[in-house]
Design a binder for this molecule. Structure first.
Ligand code: G1P
Length: 303
C-alpha cells in the first residue's frame, strides 16, 4: 500500500496529540506529572509518540493539554541550566540526548479546559489544524518503530480522502476496552471500508473483534461532525461516535488499515510494566543483560 503520489487530496502535515487525561490509574506517580511523562525505559512515553509522528513526516504537532502541562512544555524545550552543566562536564552524549527532544518538531499547545472526552480534545485542535487532514496519536499506544502504521494510513487518506483509523484484531473478550469497527473489504490488501462503529461494546454485542488502536488520520470533515456529537459512552464526547456519522454519511467515508505489527499499551499498570520490559529487552545497551537476568528470575519464580 505504498507509492501514492499526486493525490487529489491535500497532504497530511499536522498531528494532534491529546495529553489532558488525569492519569488516575497511575496515582500517586501522576499526582504532579502528566502520565505521558512516565518513562518507558529512559524516555517519556510521549517522546516515542512524537518521534513516530516526525518519522512519518508530521513535524507540526499540537498537544491538547490539561492540568500539569508544564513538564510537557519543559521536556520539549531547551533546558539552559542542565545543558550548561553537561557542557561544563564535557558530557556530549547526554547533551545530545536532552537536546534531541527539543529539536524534534514544531510543538504547539492548546488547553482542553473541561475534560469532556477524546472527541472534545480533537475539536480543540480545529483552529490550529484548519481545513487540512491531520493525524491523531494517543499517548497510551506505542507502535514499534520497526512496524510503523502511520505511513500506510496517510497513503490510505491520499487514495480515499476519507478518515482512516488503525484497526487491530483482539480476542473477542477484550473488545469492550476499545472502539469496535464493522468493515467490508476493498480491492486494496490491508485496507477496509468502515461501515459502522461502536465505542467499547459488550463482547456479546460487538460487530467484530477489530479494535481501534490510538492512531487516526482524519479528514477535516470530522470537525462539523464532532461539533454535533452528543456525549456518549461514559458521558464523554466520543471521537468514535463522530466517525460513525462520517462512515454512514455521504462524504468520503471512513477506512481502516489493519495493523499486524507490534504495539505496546502503556495505559494501565500491568501493560505499562510489560511494555517497559519488552522494549528494554530489545535495546542494544540493555537487552542482553536484561534477557539473561529475566531467564534466571523467571526460573526462580517456580520455587
Ligand atoms: C480511546 C478511544 C477508543 C480506542 C482507544 C485506543 O479510548 O475512545 O475507541 O479504542 O482509545 O487506545 P480510551 O482508551 O482513551 O478510553
Amino acid at each position: 500500500m505504498t507509492g501514492m503520489s499526486n493525490s487529489q487530496f491535500p497532504p497530511v502535515r499536522k498531528a494532534v496529540v491529546p495529553v489532558a487525561g488525569l492519569g488516575t490509574r497511575f496515582l500517586p506517580a501522576t499526582k504532579a506529572m502528566p502520565k505521558e511523562m512516565l518513562p518507558v525505559v529512559d524516555k517519556p512515553a510521549l517522546q516515542y509518540v512524537v518521534e513516530e509522528a516526525v518519522t512519518a513526516g508530521l513535524t507540526d504537532i499540537l498537544m491538547v493539554t490539561g492540568r500539569n502541562k508544564r513538564p510537557l512544555e519543559d521536556h520539549f524545550d531547551r533546558v539552559d541550566g542542565l545543558e550548561a552543566a553537561l557542557r561544563a562536564k564535557g558530557d556530549q552524549r547526554k547533551l545530545d540526548l536532552i537536546r534531541e527532544s527539543s529539536e524534534l518538531a514544531d510543538i504547539h499547545f492548546v488547553r482542553q479546559g473541561d475534560p469532556l472526552g477524546l472527541g472534545h480534545a480533537v475539536l480543540k485542535g480545529e483552529h490550529h489544524v484548519g481545513e487540512e487532514p491531520f493525524a491523531v496519536l494517543l499517548g497510551d499506544d506505542l507502535i514499534d518503530e520497526r512496524s510503523p502504521i502511520l505511513p500506510d494510513m496517510i497513503d490510505a487518506y491520499g487514495r480515499t480522502g476519507g478518515s482512516v483509523i488503525a484497526l487491530m484484531e483482539v480476542p473477542q473478550e477484550a473488545i469492550s476496552l476499545y472502539g469496535c469497527a464493522a468493515v467490508e473489504a476493498t480491492e486494496v490488501d490491508g485496507l477496509v471500508r468502515v461501515t459502522d462503529l461502536v465505542e467499547k461494546p459488550d463482547a456479546a454485542d460487538a460487530p467484530s473483534n477489530l479494535a481501534i488502536i490510538g492512531r487516526y488520520v482524519l479528514s477535516p470533515e470530522i470537525f462539523p461532525l464532532l461539533r454535533r456529537t452528543e456525549p456518549g459512552r461514559g458521558n464523554e464526547i466520543q471521537l468514535t461516535d463522530a466517525l460513525k456519522e462520517q462512515a454512514r454519511g455521504d462524504g468520503h467515508g471512513v477506512y481502516g488499515v489493519i495493523f499486524t505489527g507490534e504495539r505496546y499499551d502503556t495505559g494501565d499498570k500491568l501493560s505499562y510494566i510489560q511494555a517497559v520490559i519488552q522494549l528494554a529487552t530489545r535495546r542494544d545497551d540493555l537487552g542482553a543483560d536484561l534477557r539473561a537476568w529475566l531467564r534466571e528470575f523467571v526460573a526462580g519464580l517456580d520455587d
